[in-house]
Write a protein that binds this ligand. Sequence first.
Ligand SMILES: *Cc1c(COP(=O)(O)O)cnc(C)c1O
Length: 369
Amino acid sequence: MASPTPLPGLLDIAPYAGGEAEIEGFDKVIKLASNEGAFGPSPKVRAVLEAALDNFHRYPDGDCTKIREAIADKYGYPVQNIMCGAGSDELIGLIARCYAAAGDEIITCAHGFAMYPIYVKQVGADLVVAPETNITVNVDAILERVSARTKVVFVANPNNPTGTYIPKSEVVRLRTGLPDHVLLVLDGAYSEFVDRDDYTNGAEMVAASDNVVMLRTFSKIYGMGGLRLGWAYCPDEVADVINKTRSPFNVSYPAQIAGLAALEDDAFLEHARAHNIQWRQWTSDEVKKLGLEVPDSVCNFVLVWFPDEPGRSAEDANQHLKSRGIIARRMAGYGLPDALRISIGLEDEMRAVVAALEEFTGRNDTGTG
Ligand SMILES: *Cc1c(COP(=O)(O)O)cnc(C)c1O
């Protein structure tokens, strides 16, 4: 009997595996696996959600009017160029689907965000992977891989899971070097965490061209990953195409009102940013003192490298952290089998991680001198 057949390639997709949330035997874990924002949402977000329970049976505003206006006002962008999605993930998927198909190519970077390849396969396009240099985006490697079939380039800047970024001069060189028909998607999921003068999220390039999109999310610094709200600042035509192809009520009512409240709480944002800078630095310094390598990160997580040796490896470290109730993220799926990614959480959580890694490295030193 013939069964329904999905499009070619779809069954080959390995589904995205999110960070774990539980450890057997622990009622409460320290979850530092998904870069979720140390504080959770602003108290103002909690308040509007509680007050809104009476409206949960109503459909949301399908056009996301208020939240789009609030974003446009806050940053000074034209409202018609803001599109919202159920997380920036949805927007990544829509862009891939609207701009590429079988026979086309989409370029991503070697250690880029894991959802890009999934969406590329979903639309049947060919994935072209540009190598990185020192786990940092290499603009020349991207430009060398452009062909007449290239439709989209996805670059997270700064990048997850590496935590590194390329400066404005490099982003400009990338756009300038790409043919006009190639859409450059700059994913700024972590842009609020960056504290470097030479950084750009690319918004000025969106304003000045018709082939750059900037993506942002409420999932990271705003601590609203569970609500699913992301947005794109995009050229007129891209906005139009996303608007025509999204599902009619793609952003839930709670997500819309939570986003509005979050945007109004600048003090919360500043607090989260300052906390992250302080504890990212502290965590990096303390972990380095244990003899482990920690590349500079401008995000709300750090990568920690472990030696590829029995008893001392990233997987051994991961198991040790788990035995202490701490969930970090293995990076084998990102081509970084010797690294763990650890999100920056609350002060006591970071102290617990460092203490557990101290035990781990100390344990391994015992007996080996
Ligand atoms: C977390 C993340 C996203 C997705 O965020 P959502 O808005 O929750 O879908 C997008 N890009 C990168 C690089 C991320 O790390």
